[in-house]
Design a protein around this ligand. Structure first.
Ligand code: NAP
Length: 250
């Protein structure tokens, strides 16, 4: 009798990961490959994307560069995909800026990649039927704008709250094809993104102490959740948000 009971396997699944050239998306791509998936990875920076590609377990993975803030590049990306059993949409950026300095231009810039591009990619994957029956779509959302409302993160938080809302409509409408749509809402995760904000290294270390689990998250904390949501272990889970936040939302 086999001793390899594994409800979380991704064996035989083709998974698209955006934002795979860095941070959370990169870790998710690597860990999904270790779980047996075939990966289609996307990012803007070709060198860092290829670094991820070279770290994937197994053979036959594909890297496709695209700037997803450009709608024609989203179309082009979808046209290069034959079919997927899952997608993790991790491409995104931060912004730390008080409301009074959040001009429409700045808002557009952040909404473009965090919300509009993610929504458009989901729309095209569904409409073109590239997202196959039973596919699982996982959006890397945030606690920002949902359980965490901190000064200076209004625009970023609003993009993430919009995604959270949008995901539930998709979950409802896509259920007819048994396609599931869920969000992961991470707290602060150790990636390059958090070091590009306005907090100093000392302030980040101090902030991490507020977390009940005693530390910021690691990319693998998020990828373990993504594996669950991509796998058949979560086949009765849709329209939900998985908070991976070291307890900070309690
Ligand atoms: N780190 C955190 O604390 C945290 C917490 C909650 C949620 N999140 C969310 O997690 C996601 C990933 O963030 P991260 O922490 O992994 O940050 P990261 O290390 O900076 O990675 C961001 C990724 O998004 C890609 N990206 C950005 N703009 C893009 C564009 N216009 N077109 C295509 N790809 C683009 C980047 O590609 P290139 O590098 O190739 O340009 C990179 O692969 C984001 O959506 C972020 O909001 C992060």
């Amino acid at each position: 009798m086999s001793t390899c009971y594994n409800p979380f396997t991704l064996e035989g699944k083709t998974i698209l990961v955006t934002g795979a050239s860095s941070g959370i998306g990169r870790q998710i791509a690597i860990d999904c490959s270790k779980m047996g998936a075939n990966l289609i990875i996307s990012g803007r920076d070709e060198i860092r994307l290829n670094e991820t590609l070279s770290n994937l377990a197994g053979e036959g993975h594909v890297a496709l560069t695209a700037d997803l803030s450009d709608m024609s590049q989203i179309e082009n990306l979808v046209s290069q995909i034959a079919g997927i059993d899952g997608a993790v949409l991790s491409a995104g950026r931060g912004l730390t800026r008080p409301v009074q300095f959040s001009s429409p231009d700045k808002m557009n810039e952040v909404f473009q990649i965090n919300f509009f591009s993610t929504a458009e990619l989901i729309r095209l994957l569904y409409k073109s039927k590239k997202a196959k029956k039973n596919a699982s779509i996982v959006i890397i959302d945030s606690i920002a704008g949902i359980t965490d409302v901190s000064p200076g993160t209004s625009v970023y938080g609003a993009t993430k709250a919009a995604l959270n809302s949008f995901s539930k409509y998709c979950a409802l409408e896509f259920a007819v094809r048994k396609i599931r749509v869920n969000c992961i809402c991470p707290g602060m995760i150790e990636t390059p993104l958090i070091h590009r904000g306005t907090l100093t290294e000392e302030q980040l270390q101090e902030d991490a102490k507020r977390y009940p689990c005693g530390r910021y998250g690691r990319p693998e904390d998020v990828s373990n959740g993504a594996i669950y949501l991509l796998s058949d272990a979560s086949s009765w889970v849709t329209g939900t948000s998985l908070f991976i936040d070291g307890g900070i939302s309690i």
